[in-house]
Design a protein around this ligand. Sequence first.
Ligand code: NAP
Ligand code: MG
Length: 403
Amino acid sequence: MEKIAMKTPLVEMDGDEMTRVLWKIVKDELILPFIDLKTEYYDLGLEYRDQTNDQVTVDSANATKKYGVAVKCATITPNAARVEEYNLKEMWKSPNGTIRAILDGTVFRAPIVVKGIEPTVRTWKKPLVIARHAYGDVYKATEMKIPGAGKAELVYTDAEGNETRALIHEFDGPGIIQGQHNICKSIESFARSCFNYALDIKEDLWFSTKDTISKKYDHTFKDIFQEIYDNEYKEKFEAAGIEYFYTLIDDAVARVIRSEGGFIWAVKNYDGDVMSDMIATAFGSLAMMTSVLVSPDGIYEYEAAHGTVQRHYYKYLKGERTSTNSVATIYAWSGALRKRGELDEIPELMHFADCLEESVIETIEGGTMTGDLARLTTLTNVTEADSEEFIKAIRKTLEGKLA
Ligand code: NAP
Ligand code: MG
């Protein structure tokens, strides 16, 4: 069989631990035999990040800007224990944070739905995509403990030195305060990323905040979304037959539970952090969650939502059997290849991506799966495959499909 040719390289960001092990097997078994793969390779494994003083992460993000599509393996975000374990020069920042800051985007997370792994919520029939704003609010807040009686105020000083003040609270005893911010430009990027993504996958877009209580802060998010929608996207949405819908966050939560899924739910930073864990768990497993960072100018970076699965890696190093789920990693590859196919007009590449995803689903629905799913499934006659057997089983399904 002739391999599928590519035009533009994918930016390939390799990673750490168990996911680095899976990365190689996925490439060898599911990609290289079928595609004449073109990638520009960046090793974001912690050792090489340390060697290059993290320059490799910056370079990989800039390459993504140049080529438009990247596929990323999970990477270690160093903490004190990792600094010691890898004898690091510095506690390097989270690669995802660095890449996000350069690409300025929104993270979209969608569960992969298979028969036999039933959502906890009975009404959910289709995947529900969470779009999380990835800048500001409580993640960039300044906090203070108030030791006793006194007045706390917000003070804004403009470029000419003029002050505007607002009373936070007149304390008569100890308490706490917190100052949050966001930037209109970042909210505008967030809005455009969401509208573009909705058009891309042709699904409705919901957006929710607490604007009734937060009449300036959250209300600004609501207003920016509405203005951009009315001025730039309304006609495109109507032509695509999809809807933009704003509602209060508590109403959204209730409606999400009653819904069938099949739409995008855009939320602020904190809401996205909390809700995406809930949605992933309710759909089955973090290893069955895709994640893509989309920048406002249409640059895509595909990854898995989970980490490097450190616990399994240590077992692997000791030569013990592992049964690590590679589905989200495979979907990162299929997502990136499909997008490359779309941009370069290579229908065979898009078709291959569809076949690869169908093969993953059919393999699981046929009863071959990794331990995390085997523990949850309602299917009977299940074979619990090890990390490599599972990928090889998918290859067999894929070969059948492509023949
Ligand atoms: P994790 O790698 O997501 O794993 C946590 C646990 O979830 C695992 O021990 C395993 O449970 C289960 N799990 C996750 N992915 C799985 C998979 N593919 N197949 C089967 N089980 C899976 O999170 P972590 O252990 O907290 O973090 C490890 C490292 O990943 C950290 O250094 C962190 O910085 C990094 N991290 C990176 C990213 C990223 O690059 N996007 C995201 C999050 C974390 P059992 O042990 O019970 O089987
Ligand atoms: Mg979280």
